[in-house]
Design a protein around this ligand. Structure first.
Ligand code: AMP
Ligand code: MG
Length: 417
């Protein structure tokens, strides 16, 4: 059998752009409670119907006064009222101070808050008197109405991915439920007759040639972190008919079918012919390391088509092609615009003497000296590198690295969540 001619390698950025061109946002949003919205993507702007804070309030425990009533340190004022957080108080009687607590509204007429540490309580009728020991700047310690959010402001825009701070922010403008994109429905398959599920066979009874299915675990977890509803179809045997049956049954009810393994062009690689018999497929050799083989296709169904993506089987290749290609795609399906992981400048504390003609993603970890250490084995099958590392260096093609060099670092928090 003659091997097919080698296709030219496709730059990663070009592959991503082509993928994203297919990522039309999913139709249909749903309403969830703000409690349940962590990790989801807003389908609608959140507009504030009020100022936050709603009125001027005190940033300190102390006294509210008119600045003009305290012309110099040592002034003494009678205390005319007491205002705790949650109560409104009365307009401030001229020439008096109001006892006030953090978060309580500043009474009408007051323009300055005195910290209680700058005051001394003196005896007197009613609520007593207070001596001001430090001359206050007018306006001090007042948190202004609308200082955080003004009425009518778009606090969170459609397409925002929600994390805990955003949930609190939405709650601060009174939203107890939110409109979010529906979850992408993703079917997950592992291919390979060598694969065994942990739990099915104990390590000491593994037959020669068998390995545990590790990809299934990180792929499912990464999909779930991205808000997907995952149907896990488990392991598909390395047979054309079985692969076709599995893909056909998944395509009807899923937005995306994701497989790992079987996308090379070996005789045991059935993904390409199987997807082609049901729809269309492009098999790419992507100029990245680890990575390289990656497939994108479509399988038509009653309405439209299901997306298909085939990842390489080697665990680190699978992990990184997911992070750099599938993740942005799945976020874009939910309406996220900015899907590029943020890279930052960092210092390499190691030598990488051999340049590669592909763009490399080296597993590294921060050290206490503020630099990056390299995991000793960068092979695409060594998943320890991904667990050990806290991110990757995005190293351009043809680039060697010497100690002290500036490199681009992408944290796993940018790639996995
Ligand atoms: P393939 O892409 O199917 O040629 O597989 C490439 C390599 O990745 C082979 O060594 C496979 O045994 C390994 N591999 C494939 N799928 C998995 C998986 N789900 N978990 C762990 N290793 C895998
Ligand atoms: Mg295989």
């Amino acid at each position: 059998m003659s091997l097919p001619p080698r296709a030219p390698m496709k730059p990663l950025d070009q592959a991503l752009a082509e993928l994203l061109a297919h990522a039309a946002p999913l139709q249909g949003a749903e309403t969830v409670t703000t409690f349940d919205a962590d990790g989801r993507v807003l389908a609608q702007d959140c507009v504030s119907a009020l100022h936050v804070p709603p009125q001027d309030n005190s940033a300190m425990d102390g006294y509210a006064v008119r600045g003009a009533d305290v012309p110099a340190a040592g002034a003494v004022l009678p205390v005319s009222q007491r205002i705790a957080a949650g109560s409104a108080g009365e307009p401030l009687a001229p020439g008096t101070a109001a006892r006030i607590f953090t978060g309580a509204p500043v009474p009408e007429g007051a323009d300055t808050i005195l910290m209680q540490e700058d005051c001394e309580v003196l005896d007197g009728e009613g609520l007593g008197r207070v001596r001001v020991n430090v001359l206050p700047p007018i306006g001090q310690w007042i948190r202004r109405a609308g200082e955080d959010i003004t009425r009518g402001a778009v606090v969170l825009a459609a397409g925002t991915r929600l994390s805990p701070a955003e949930l609190g922010l939405a709650a601060s403008i009174g939203l107890h439920q939110l409109q979010v994109a529906r979850r992408p429905r993703v079917a997950l398959f592992s291919t390979g007759d060598e694969l065994v599920m942990p739990g099915d066979v104990p390590p000491e009874q593994m037959r020669p040639g068998a390995i545990y299915n590790s990809n299934r675990f990180f792929l499912r977890a990464m999909l779930q972190r991205l808000g997907c509803a995952v149907t896990d179809y488990g392991i598909v045997p390395d047979r054309r008919d079985a692969t076709i049956d599995a893909l056909r049954s998944a395509s009807g009810s899923h937005d995306l079918i994701l497989t790992s393994g079987g996308v090379s062009v070996g005789e045991e690689d059935h993904i390409k012919p199987a997807v082609e018999s049901l729809g269309s497929l492009d098999l790419w050799q992507i100029a990245m390391k680890p990575g390289k083989p990656f497939a994108y296709g479509q399988i038509p169904r009653a309405e439209g088509a299901a997306h298909f993506m085939g990842l390489p089987g080697n665990p680190v290749s699978s992990f990184l092609t997911f992070a750099l290609l599938v993740r942005p795609f799945v976020l874009r399906l939910q309406g996220v615009q900015d899907v590029a992981p943020q890279s930052i400048a960092a210092r390499a504390d190691f030598t990488w003497p051999k340049a590669d003609k592909r763009r490399e993603f080296l597993r590294v970890r921060h050290n206490a000296a503020g630099g990056l250490d390299l995991f000793s084995n960068q092979s695409s099958g060594v998943l320890t590198s991904a667990a050990w590392g806290d991110g990757v260096i995005d190293n351009p093609a043809g680039q060697t690295i010497a100690p002290g060099d500036r490199v681009r670092f992408i944290a796993f928090s940018e790639l996995l969540g």
